[in-house]
Every structure is written in structure tokens, then in C-alpha cells.
Design a protein around this ligand. Structure first.
Ligand SMILES: [Zn+2]
Length: 186
């Protein structure tokens, strides 16, 4: 079984790009749906959408929901008394990565860097955290953008197209690779 790790925004809604990305990953790994397992965080948005898509395609799924109500000995003292552990998502990401994967797919809705005045609260912070950790763990990590989400404009899209050609990837619509890049923190 090939493990496909995924991480994504709670605001992700693009089912077609999600399905294209999964299919493209199976092709890149050279496996059938029955030989793959989607490892996800069980959160709303991208996680649930991808898990559904995987199940529709006959790909097994493995959820790792974060334990938001649990503090650990590594939590700072100021966590005591908080109902929600702010580190639970990070612990979950660490555990998913430690379990190993052949590839990681990241579905952000915001860029790696914040726009002027943007608040990090709802801007794919957890997605970038997981993608960064996966990359550091040596897991090939692909950042997948919804077609209306790519935040770097026409010039950025052209750079991606050129990189894809260099890597012999085909970018396109339904059934082809979605807009996709190998990891690079812009
Ligand atoms: Zn805590």
C-alpha cells in the first residue's frame, strides 16, 4: 500500500481539483486506487472532501483527528485551564508524518506569506505547517491550488507551467493534473 498524506484548508471546496490531484498522485506513484491509502486529519473542508472523494474512487482512508481537548507534558504552563489545546493540530501533523507516506498533497487557500494586514488565523497556517514538516521529513510534497485560488497571478502561473514542463507534468482541466507545484515557500 502506498500512503498518500494530505493536508488542507478548512475553506477548501474545489471537489474537481481534489479528485484530479488524487488521480494524478496515483499516476505519479504508479499505483491503482486499491493500492493506495489517503491519510488525512479528519478536519472540515479539504480533509473531509478528499476523504469522500477517495472513498468514491475506492481508495482506503485513515483519519487522524486532532485531540483538541488534550494537553500534554510538552504544553506550556499558560495552556493550563484552556479548553482547546493550540498545539493539538501540530501534534496530529507530527503523528501523521511520523507514520510515513510516499507523497504529501497540500491544499492551501492562502499563500505561504501573508498579504499586507492579513491575519494568520484563517490563512492555511496549519496546511503550510504540515506541508513544511512533510517536506523536511523527505516526503515529496505537492502544493495544489484551486483554479480560482492561485494567489500569485498570471506571472506566477506561467512560472508553474514552465516548471511543470521541465518535470514532464501536464497541467490542465478535469482528468489532467491540476495546477500543482513541487514545494517552494514563496
Ligand atoms: Zn496544550
Amino acid at each position: 500500500m502506498k500512503r498518500i498524506l494530505m493536508t488542507g484548508s478548512r475553506d477548501w471546496t474545489d471537489a474537481q481539483v481534489s479528485a484530479d490531484a488524487l488521480n494524478a498522485t496515483l499516476a505519479l506513484l504508479g499505483v491503482s486506487a486499491a493500492e493506495a491509502i489517503l491519510v488525512h486529519g479528519g478536519a472540515a473542508g479539504a480533509d473531509q472532501l478528499l476523504a469522500q472523494t477517495a472513498q468514491q474512487h475506492g481508495i482506503a482512508t485513515e483519519g487522524h483527528p486532532a485531540e483538541w481537548g488534550v494537553h500534554t507534558s510538552r504544553c506550556p504552563a499558560w495552556h493550563h485551564g484552556l479548553d482547546v489545546c493550540k498545539l493539538a493540530g501540530h501534534r496530529r501533523n507530527d503523528a501523521m508524518i511520523a507514520a510515513g507516506a510516499e507523497a504529501c498533497l497540500a491544499f492551501p487557500t492562502h499563500g505561504y506569506h501573508l498579504a499586507e494586514g492579513e491575519d494568520r488565523a484563517r490563512t492555511s497556517r496549519g496546511t503550510w505547517d504540515c506541508a513544511e514538516k512533510a517536506m523536511k521529513a523527505g516526503i515529496p510534497t505537492l502544493v495544489v491550488w484551486g483554479k480560482d485560488l492561485y494567489p500569485f497571478g498570471d506571472l506566477g502561473a506561467e512560472v508553474l507551467r514552465r516548471r511543470a514542463v521541465e518535470r514532464d507534468l501536464t497541467l490542465g482541466g478535469a482528468g489532467q493534473l491540476p495546477i500543482l507545484e513541487t514545494w517552494l515557500p514563496f
